[in-house]
Design a protein. Structure first.
Length: 447
C-alpha cells in the first residue's frame, strides 16, 4: 500500500497547489502512476524527494510584451518561459505563439519535454515558452515587430549553455530568424541560442523534417518488432503542419497508404491515398496558404469534409499530429471499431486520458509523443552540437543519426515497458526509461 499512499500524496499536493492547471495536472498524473513504484523502490530517490522536485519547474518567467504594430498602434501580449529542469543540460524546448497559450499548457509541455529530451540520450534539459500572440492574418512586418519585442524581454534569460528555445506551433523558420536576429543585435554574439535557424546562419539540415520523419522511423521500429511491415498499411494522419506533412511523406515513401490530413476546420480525405507529389506540393505551399487542405481538394488531391476529424476512417494506423487532447474517447472507440491496431502520437499529448484507456484496454500498440515525436528535439540537439563546433553536417548523415536515435528510444521503451504476457506498454516504458536518467542526474548533483 506504500506505493499507492505515495502516489496519492503527490497527486493531492499537485491538485491542491495547481487546481486550475488542467493540462499540467493531466501530464504529471499520467507520468506519476508509472514512476512512483520505481521511486518507492529506491531509497536514495525518496531521500532526495526526486519525484516532487521533478514535477515542479525550477523557474517560471512571465513577462509583458508591449509593442507597436506597423500601423503605429500599441498592442500588449503576455509571454512566458518555463525552465523546468536543467539536470541533464541546458533547458531545451520550443516557443509557441497562439491565442490559447497559457501557463498550464506551457508547464505541461515543459514537463513532457524533460522526459522526451532524456529519452534521446543527448545532454538537454527541458523547457517551453511562448505567447498568446496570434500571428494568423498578420502581416510579415507585424510578425517581425512582435518577434523583436518578444526577444527583447526573453534574451536576458537564455543562452547557448543556459536555455536554447526552438520553434513550435506558429513559430517556424521565419519567426526563428526574426528572433535570432534581435538576440544577435542585442548581445553582439553569434551563438547557438536558438535551433531551427536558417541554413545560412547556423541551422541544420533535416531539422524541419525531423519530427515527422522521426515519427515514421519509430513506427517502422514498432512494425519490425511486431514482425510486420509498414508497406501496404492504411494510415490516418491529423494535422496539416510540418509534423503531419513530413510524417505523411515519409510514410508514403515507406509504402504506406496515407488517406487523411486535417486542421481545425475540417478534413482532407483521399480514399486512394495521397501521393508523394501531393505531399511535396503541400509542404512547399502550406506556409503561404490560408487553408492548404482546401487548396489540395480544389486540385483533386482528395475530398474536403468540413468540421470532421479523421478518426472515423477505416485504418490500420493512426497518427495524431495536430494538438493536445484532439483525440477523445469517442474517437478512440471509432478507431478501434474500424480495426486500428496502432496509435503513435506526433503531437504532444494529443490523446485524452479516456482515449488512452480505450487503447490500453484493447491492448493495441499506443505510443506517447514523448517517445514517438522526439525526433524534432533530437535534431535540435544535433544542431546545438554543430553550432558549438561551428560546422554543418550533411543531410544524409543527420537523417541516419535521427533514425538511429529513434530506434534507440524504441529499444529503451521495450526494455522498460514489456509485460510478462508480451504486450509492450510504451507509455510506461518511456516514462520509466526517462525517469531513471533524470533521477540519476538529479541525485548525482545533490539538492
Amino acid at each position: 500500500m506504500a506505493e499507492q499512499s505515495n502516489l496519492d500524496e503527490i497527486t493531492t499536493f499537485l491538485n491542491d497547489k495547481f487546481s486550475g492547471e488542467t493540462e499540467y495536472l493531466q501530464a504529471t498524473h499520467e507520468v506519476l502512476q508509472d514512476i512512483v513504484p520505481i521511486y518507492n523502490a529506491n531509497a536514495h530517490y525518496k531521500a532526495f524527494d526526486i519525484v516532487r522536485r521533478l514535477c515542479l519547474a525550477e523557474r517560471i518567467i512571465n513577462f509583458t510584451v508591449s509593442w507597436m504594430n506597423s500601423e503605429g498602434n500599441i498592442e500588449v501580449n503576455q509571454g512566458w518561459r518555463v525552465q523546468h529542469n536543467s539536470a541533464m543540460g541546458p533547458y531545451k524546448g520550443g516557443l509557441r505563439f497562439h491565442p490559447t497559450v497559457n501557463l498550464s499548457v506551457l508547464k505541461f509541455l515543459a514537463f513532457e519535454q524533460c522526459f522526451k529530451n532524456a529519452l534521446t540520450g543527448l545532454p538537454m534539459g527541458g523547457g517551453k515558452g511562448g505567447s498568446d500572440f496570434n500571428p494568423k492574418g498578420r502581416s510579415d512586418r507585424d510578425i517581425m515587430l512582435f518577434c523583436q519585442a518578444f526577444m527583447r524581454e526573453l534574451q536576458r534569460h537564455i543562452g547557448a549553455n543556459t536555455d536554447v528555445p526552438a520553434g513550435d506551433i506558429n513559430v517556424g523558420a521565419r519567426e526563428i530568424g526574426y528572433l535570432y536576429g534581435e538576440y544577435r543585435r542585442l548581445n553582439n554574439k553569434f551563438e547557438g541560442v536558438l535551433t531551427g535557424k536558417g541554413l545560412e546562419f547556423g541551422g541544420s539540415y533535416v531539422r524541419t523534417e525531423a519530427t515527422g520523419f522521426g515519427l515514421i522511423y519509430f513506427l517502422n521500429a514498432v512494425c519490425q518488432y511486431k514482425k510486420t511491415d509498414l508497406k501496404g498499411k492504411t494510415v490516418t494522419v491529423s494535422g496539416a503542419g510540418n509534423v503531419a506533412l513530413h510524417a505523411a511523406l515519409k510514410a508514403v515513401e515507406k509504402g504506406a497508404k496515407v488517406i487523411s490530413l486535417s486542421n481545425s476546420r475540417g478534413l482532407l480525405h483521399s480514399e486512394s491515398g495521397l501521393s508523394d507529389k501531393n505531399l511535396r506540393w503541400a509542404i512547399e505551399n502550406h506556409a503561404s496558404s490560408e487553408n492548404i487542405l482546401y487548396d489540395m481538394a480544389e486540385q483533386n488531391m482528395g475530398a474536403w469534409v468540413a468540421d470532421k476529424k479523421p478518426w472515423h476512417l477505416k485504418c490500420d494506423i493512426a497518427l495524431p499530429c495536430a494538438t493536445q487532447n484532439e483525440l477523445q474517447e469517442e474517437d478512440a472507440n471509432a478507431l478501434l471499431n474500424n480495426g486500428c491496431k496502432m496509435v503513435l502520437e506526433g503531437a504532444n499529448m494529443p490523446c485524452t486520458t479516456d482515449a488512452q484507456k480505450q487503447f490500453f484496454d484493447a491492448k493495441i500498440t499506443y505510443v506517447p509523443g514523448k517517445a514517438s515525436n522526439a525526433g524534432g528535439v533530437a535534431l535540435s540537439g544535433l544542431e546545438m552540437g554543430q553550432n558549438a563546433m561551428f560546422n554543418q553536417r550533411d543531410a544524409s548523415a543527420l537523417d541516419e543519426q535521427l533514425c538511429s536515435i529513434m530506434n534507440s528510444i524504441h529499444e529503451r521503451c521495450v526494455i522498460e515497458g514489456k509485460r510478462e504476457d508480451g504486450y509492450v506498454d510504451y507509455m510506461k516504458g518511456a516514462n520509466i526509461a526517462a525517469f531513471r536518467r533524470l533521477a540519476d542526474a538529479m541525485l548525482a548533483q545533490g539538492v
